[in-house]
Design a protein around this ligand. Structure first.
Ligand SMILES: Nc1ncnc2c1ncn2[C@@H]1O[C@H](COP(=O)(O)OP(=O)(O)OP(=O)(O)O)[C@@H](O)[C@H]1O
Ligand SMILES: [Mg+2]
Length: 372
């Protein structure tokens, strides 16, 4: 799949912008603070209805403007269709084929995007939250129904935490409602965990050989799921459910004491091992970067295998960060099959055959010129 046209209106430092992209490689060149990341972010937001760098949609609206609009035409499965998203102070509206989609899960997944930015190193180094977001977004874009379960889970979690706070103050109060909410929570938790397991199996199968390739056969990557409840990938839905039920019975008094939900997918994590050692703790900067890169490249293949088409790849400021070998490896992998956007302050240092055919865009202060 690829994006053919993109237009922006009052988006960050772009007043108005309308571009046509190459279906292979597009290079965005500009000094610092000119709008490279903003453009990448807009493409990401067109896919996910949110930014990759802030949870606050308001920040996307140009200062002094009432709303921000992103429009794009996407070519997928031999069909071209429009996507549109408007962020206003009252909220956001997403349209697919000109029709507003009330549920995010009916919109997300229409356009598949994989982004690799410097902060993705946090996938390995950062907090568990970063890894949960990664896994949730990725499952969500190949299986939109997952987003529905996540939303429901979060809703029940909030209610349950609220109730636990009350019980913390009045531990003798009736607990019937707590059990009702626990059942509902388990219902969604089981689905979420089961889908995460499925996704991990796929991710692993793609990421391990890719990592081996990038590390010149020196490193074996392993990915584990660190769960807050005794569950494992071999378990079926019923066994996972029983584990959750047991866990919540076991920790009931502790949860009341603490006034919050202490187990569930919102507390789980991913752990990456290189040659048997935890990369977060023992990995070098280079190994952490290679791990993050392997995961992103694996995602591309995974989306291709699940969706039937390659996603769009956004490489914001990362190409020049990789050594020559990793750069060529990456560009070689995507060449000719993945529409790619590369942003950089300078084209020097990223000489590669793949870039010869690229469309070059120069960004200055929210305006873009196409290099002829
Ligand atoms: N809501 C907004 N309205 C107007 N301008 C904004 C808004 N948000 C950010 N900006 C401006 O956008 C510019 C930053 O753009 P961006 O992050 O795309 O830079 P960049 O080209 O990626 O730079 P770098 O090379 O440093 O990463 C800044 O000058 C910032 O002030
Ligand atoms: Mg930037």
């Amino acid at each position: 799949m690829h994006i053919q046209e993109l237009s922006l209106r009052s988006y960050r430092n772009y007043d108005q912008l309308s571009l046509t992209f190459d279906h292979t490689i597009n290079v965005i060149i500009g000094e610092n603070a000119q709008g490279k990341t903003n453009l990448m972010e807009a493409i990401y937001a067109l896919a996910f209805t949110r930014s990759h760098r802030t949870p606050r949609d308001k920040e996307l609206i140009q200062w002094d403007a009432e709303y921000a609009k992103i429009k794009g035409s996407v070519f997928k499965r031999n069909r071209k269709f429009p996507l549109e998203i408007v962020f206003s102070k009252k909220g956001k509206k997403a349209k697919l084929n000109h029709i507003e989609q009330k549920r995010l899960s009916d919109y997300i997944g229409a356009l598949n995007v994989v982004m690799f930015a410097p902060e993705d190193l946090n996938l390995v180094k950062g907090s568990p939250q970063v890894r949960r977001r990664f896994i949730d977004m990725e499952i969500g874009q190949i299986q939109p129904r997952y987003i529905y379960h996540l939303g429901q889970f979060q809703k029940v979690l909030k209610q349950r935490n609220h109730l636990l706070k009350e019980l913390q103050r009045k531990p003798k109060a009736d607990r019937t409602m707590l059990y009702v909410l626990t059942d509902q929570l388990i219902e969604h938790a089981v689905t979420i965990v089961e889908r995460r397991f499925k996704f991990l199996r796929l991710l692993r199968s793609w990421a391990a050989p890719i990592h081996k390739g990038i590390s010149r056969n020196l490193e074996d990557l392993e990915i584990a799921y660190d769960a807050s409840v005794k569950v494992s990938e071999e378990m079926d839905l019923e066994t996972i459910r029983t584990s959750f039920e047991e866990k919540f019975r076991e920790i009931e008094s502790k949860e009341v004491e603490r006034g919050t939900t202490l187990a569930g997918p919102h507390r789980d994590d991913l752990v990456f091992f290189v040659n048997g050692k935890d990369v977060q703790t023992y990995g070098s900067q280079g190994q952490q970067r290679t791990t993050a890169l392997s995961l992103k490249l694996a995602e591309i293949e995974l989306i291709h295998s699940e969706v039937g088409e390659y996603p769009i790849l956004l490489l914001d400021d990362v190409l020049s960060e990789l050594d020559d070998y990793r750069q060529s490896h990456l560009l070689h992998t995507i060449q000719g099959k993945v529409q790619t956007f590369v942003s950089t302050t300078s084209i020097e240092g990223i000489e590669h055959e793949a870039l010869k055919e690229a469309e070059i865009f120069h960004v200055t202060d929210g305006a873009i010129d196409v290099q002829k």
